[in-house]
Design a protein around this ligand. Structure first.
Ligand code: FAD
Length: 303
């Protein structure tokens, strides 16, 4: 289903993000997790895209399996890095042939483990160029859906580290949306005030497409540190860090604190009319299920 139709059907969407499995056993385990999460009736799910190598093919395979083996619309992520224009076109053709209706179009982080990466060989540098290319593909009528691919883009409520000038960053985001994006999904954040301010700034800039809030509960202290390494510039509110410190290293207590914090974020977002909540699941079902339950949600279709 085209993402515009998904948003037309749901006042508030829920969606779950997965990363591609590394081997066939991990793929089976993940499919089992996805089937558990299917009971929560998310509006759609998405699958991340690696910087290169076999995991890229795993993204394709997982998206196609979700489409054929579950009732869930599956959105593949696609990045500019390490792809020529021709390769991107080939990927779009394959997804179109499989009836995949949407793409999350991203810049992609510079690959750390690809010493051979030469940015000059990439077909596109910024996500906005990829959005424009997908729209060109759509216009060529190669997708079986007359609307072509629906397109999502990323944004950073707290700001993206590569563009410290926040006014300029909003200009780039507006240009990316104007190139033909249908919705925005944000990076995870822990302070809802950052999201509300971002939403207001989008509105002032004339960005009127749905903005989905990215939520990821802290599940361990190690996970928190890893998150801080991977997502440069993220803010960690003192009340959250204080609550984690009070756990004195008790792993179960940290998980409870993290899930409670994320649940409160979701409750507040729902109270403030958020258009959608996107859960970074880390390929696990438990935390997301507990958040739904504490929100009083039997499943996403009741929102
Ligand atoms: P862009 O829109 O290209 O922006 C990147 C930076 O360039 C920003 O600072 C922006 O302000 C700036 N910029 C944009 N346009 C211009 C321009 N015309 N001139 C100058 N500067 C410009 N990464 C992966 O590798 N795989 C994934 O699956 C993946 N999934 C993600 C999902 C979500 C929801 C989010 C939020 C991020 C995801 N990422 C993923 C990470 C993302 O690819 C990186 O954070 C990347 O650095 C930014 O992506 P973007 O799409 O916002 O890039």
């Amino acid at each position: 289903m085209h993402i515009q139709d998904v948003f037309a059907q749901h006042r508030t969407t829920t969606s779950f993000e997965f990363f591609p499995p590394r081997d066939p056993q991990a793929a089976e385990n993940l499919l089992a997790t996805i089937r558990q999460l299917e009971e929560l009736k998310p509006s759609f799910v998405s699958v991340t895209y690696g910087a290169g190598g076999s995991t890229r093919e795993m993204t394709h395979q997982l998206v196609v399996r979700i489409k054929t083996e579950t009732s869930l619309p599956a959105i593949p992520h696609l990045t500019c890095v390490c792809h020529t224009e021709e390769e991107i076109r080939g990927i779009l053709v394959r997804y179109a042939e499989k009836g995949i209706d949407n793409i999350l179009a991203l810049g992609g982080d510079p690959p750390k483990d690809r010493m051979d990466w030469d940015r000059g060989r990439d077909g596109f540098r910024y996500a906005g160029e990829l959005v424009a290319f997908i729209q060109k593909f759509n216009a060529s009528g190669l997708h079986p859906n007359p609307k072509g691919f629906g397109i999502g883009v990323a944004a950073y409520a707290e700001g993206h580290p590569a563009t410290p000038n926040r006014l300029l960053e909003m200009d780039y985001l507006k240009a990316k949306v104007d190139a033909g994006a249908d919705y925005i999904c944000t990076q995870l954040f822990f302070n809802n005030a950052d999201f509300y301010d971002f939403r207001d700034r989008c509105s002032l800039a004339g960005i009127n497409i749905p903005i989905v809030a990215g939520i990821m509960p802290v599940l361990s202290e190690k996970g928190l540190k890893r998150m801080a390494e991977l997502a440069a510039g993220m803010r960690y509110p003192a009340p959250l860090l204080r609550a984690i410190a009070r756990c004195n290293g008790d792993a179960e207590a940290v998980e409870r604190v993290g899930i409670h914090w994320a649940t409160e974020q979701c409750r507040d977002l729902l109270d403030h009319g958020v258009r959608g909540i996107h859960f970074y699941t880390l390929n696990k079902s438990d935390a997301t299920r507990r958040i739904f339950s504490s929100l009083g949600l039997r499943d996403g279709s009741t929102l």
